[in-house]
Design a protein around this ligand. Structure first.
Ligand code: CA
Length: 698
């Protein structure tokens, strides 16, 4: 990194000095560009290319017929590189925009639809060929950008897409999945295995048996409200040129933030196909009444020194540490709070604007309904709050309520400088109360530490977890915790770490055997977990297949394991039918009783804890709406013997004495299983009891 950088007739010999200039109000005022036309703006008569590259001496656009680079070219690095690549057809210089320092642009006449392009960015010490950071389409593997006519990519019925999720956020029930996992199983009954289009297939069944639904039809029956898709923007670690190979990656390695991933499309060579097919997927889910959440990774990029960000504006998009008087190292280097080689400087104005524009683009162009921010603890609070404000503004126009949530942590300390503050667990009070965070406290209280294989939580025999479960029930609404329940994602499992079933298998028997059999005690533990997640305050979330005992055979970090480990094994919906039905029933119960879904802090405070000791937690919760039971009672018994619980009511509320049992250790649903009188409930060992007062609110 011993280069000299020039900017505004200044010379920067040290990266820390350059970074300090980027952080200065002087730079921000001079260079921040508020236009929304960066990238390639297409019309049939001309295409305008616009680049933000302060300090560049010259920028040119290189046009290509092919999106694919030769194998040799795609491996090129640094000095041996010849730019542009030999198959460049035209090289057109961009002009400096006199009104907007740092901006370069050119309009190229003619119809450039589906033309591939790159930029050449020239600086005193280097010439770099790079894809367009702002590209909306790209060629195979994302090395070259593509001019696209987005109106060509709209599926039939796109303008009539009428899906609207409305407030509150706590009405959502989120099911997290991965495009490939969803359909790749040979028993899935889906044709487009591993592709976006699998979500568009209707009426699919297990082994095409015509009886057991799979895919989108299955989701409708399950009753979840949103599918959360692990990364679907263009990522690096699956070679799109080799679709015939068994390749797998979760996809947390972005290269083009505004293009869909090509390997999930039927033709990654043609840049418009992946856009069209992703839109078809969104539309099909919307038609099934299901919202779509994108898992977005703006906290780092896959590449660092040779990323498009770094080639376009060196060191602007990344935080740096070290240098004189800072840290241990003499030399400045990329900060690495992501654990993936870098971290993005979201606090800098053009990166913040980029992130906002990118979110707006996915929301408006792709009709996406929510966003899950990976390692949100690396993003600054102001940026996150501006995302909330912007999506609320869009929602005012289209009637939608967008979900926003994220991981309130980083892989290691964020290199964010004051006054910027990270959107992490310690700063919930500064974060919008309608941005939710994953509660690792809830997760670990339920099933035990995510990192210690055999350490149990409440459901699998852990002792002393009762108070932590009470916090979970209240959606972590407490001093120093969430301000409202809309700020909490209540969950027991996600793609990270062991699946819930594996964790139970590892803790209950210790040897981790029998991942495939629905053994009774484990089923009981799993049901307990589901009942806690689906009755607690906050936004319930679960990993796809949690409801049918999904196993990854004790592999926690399966980010590049093959599909046999990661795929949803649809036969388990039959083998674990009792468990799947139980989730379905709990979802119905949650939907039927509004206090479970209160997005304020009121219900969290109104809950009356009846028991929180000896592996039993029980509470009552008053109804709110006309027609609802005046009260529900929810009891969890994680002990190995049946227990009695004496119900209590919140102060000033009469305790009902006639109850319908909606859920017990066997089944759950809105149809009463049986009725009981009195205020003493017997809860079966490792069992659940959910009772609704017979009396309704009139
Ligand atoms: Ca890719």
């Amino acid at each position: 990194m011993n280069q000299t950088y020039f900017l505004d007739d200044r010379q920067f010999y040290k990266i820390e000095d350059l970074a300090a200039y980027y952080d200065s109000p002087e730079f921000e005022q001079r260079y921040t560009y508020y236009g929304t036309d960066l990238g390639a703006s297409y019309t049939p008569r001309q295409t305008t290319f616009k680049v933000w590259a302060p300090g560049a001496d010259a920028v040119s656009v290189c046009l290509y017929e092919k999106g694919r680079m030769s194998e040799d070219a795609s491996d090129r690095h640094g000095e041996n590189e010849t730019v542009p690549a030999p198959d460049c057809q035209r090289k057109i210089p961009l002009k400096k925009d006199e009104d907007h320092p740092g901006v370069f642009s050119v309009s190229v006449a003619g119809n450039l639809k589906n033309t591939f392009y790159t930029y050449l960015v020239e600086r005193a010490s280097s010439v770099e060929e790079t894809a367009d950071l702002y590209a909306k389409a790209c060629g195979v593997n994302g090395y070259r950008s593509m001019v696209v006519d987005l109106r060509d990519t709209d599926p039939k019925g796109w303008n009539k897409d009428s899906y609207r999720f409305r407030k509150p956020s706590t009405d959502a029930i989120i099911w997290e999945t991965h495009i490939r996992d969803f359909s790749i199983d040979r028993h899935s009954g889906m044709k487009y295995k591993g592709k976006y289009l699998a979500f568009t297939e209707r009426g699919t069944t297990l082994n095409n048996d015509g009886i057991h639904p799979t895919g989108t039809a299955y989701l409708q029956q399950l009753g979840i409200t949103h599918v959360h898709l692990m990364p679907v923007f263009d990522f690096a670690t699956v070679n799109e040129e080799r679709p015939q190979d068994e390749q797998y990656n979760w996809g947390y390695d972005p290269i083009n933030w505004n293009c869909p991933e090509g390997s999930y499309s039927t033709n990654p060579e043609k840049g418009a196909v992946r856009i069209f097919e992703m839109k078809r997927m969104v539309l099909a889910l919307h038609q099934a009444g299901i919202g779509v959440i994108m898992d977005v990774v703006y906290n780092h990029t896959y590449r660092t020194e040779d990323s498009y960000q770094q080639k376009t504006v060196p060191f602007y998009y990344y935080r740096t540490v070290g240098g004189k008087g800072e840290g241990d190292s003499e030399s400045t280097h990329f900060a690495n709070g992501s654990g993936c080689g870098n971290e993005i400087a979201t606090e800098r104005s053009m990166m913040r604007l980029y992130l906002l524009d990118s979110i707006r683009y996915w929301a408006e162009e792709y009709h996406v309904d929510g966003f899950r921010f990976d390692l949100m603890g690396l993003i600054d609070v102001q940026t996150m709050n501006e995302v909330r404000t912007m999506l609320d503004e869009i929602g005012k126009k289209n009637g939608k309520h967008y979900l926003i949530y994220g991981e309130p942590w980083a892989a290691s300390q964020a290199a964010l400088k004051e006054p910027a503050i990270p959107a992490d667990m310690r700063h919930l009070a500064d974060l919008s109360d309608d941005i939710a965070v994953f509660s690792d406290q809830t997760r670990d209280a339920i099933k035990g530490s995510a990192f210690e294989k055999t350490s149990p939580g409440f459901i699998n025999g852990g002792l002393g977890k009762e108070c932590a479960i009470v916090d979970a029930v209240r959606g972590q609404v407490k001093p120093g915790g969430a301000m409202r329940s809309s700020q909490t994602i209540t969950y027991a499992s996600s793609h990270d770490n062991f699946t819930l079933w594996d964790k139970i298998a590892l803790t209950v028997k210790g040897d981790g055997s029998g991942f495939d059999s629905p053994e009774m005690l484990r089923l009981a533990d799993n049901k307990l977990s589901a009942a806690i997640v689906l009755t607690s305050q906050g936004i319930p979330f679960f990993q796809s297949g949690e409801e049918f005992g999904r196993s990854k055979y004790s592999i926690g970090n399966s980010y590049n394991s093959d599909s046999r480990i990661n795929e949803l094994k649809w036969e388990r919906t039959v083998v674990f039918r009792e468990l799947k039905d139980y989730y379905e029933g709990l979802i119905r119960i949650r939907k039927s009783f509004s206090p479970f879904r209160d997005d304020t802090s009121r219900t969290a405070h109104n809950i009356c804890i009846c028991a929180a000791e000896n592996q039993v937690v029980a509470y009552t919760i008053p109804g709110k709406r006309k027609g609802e039971p005046v009260m529900m009672a929810v009891c969890f018994n994680a002990s190995c013997e049946s227990r009695f619980v004496d119900l209590k009511a919140p102060d000033g509320v009469k305790l009902p004495t006639e109850w319908d049992i909606l859920a017990n250790e066997k089944t759950a649903g809105v149809q009463p299983i049986t009725s009981v009188s009195g205020t003493r409930m017997m809860v079966y060992l490792r069992g659940v009891l959910i009772a609704a007062s017979k009396e309704k609110i009139s």
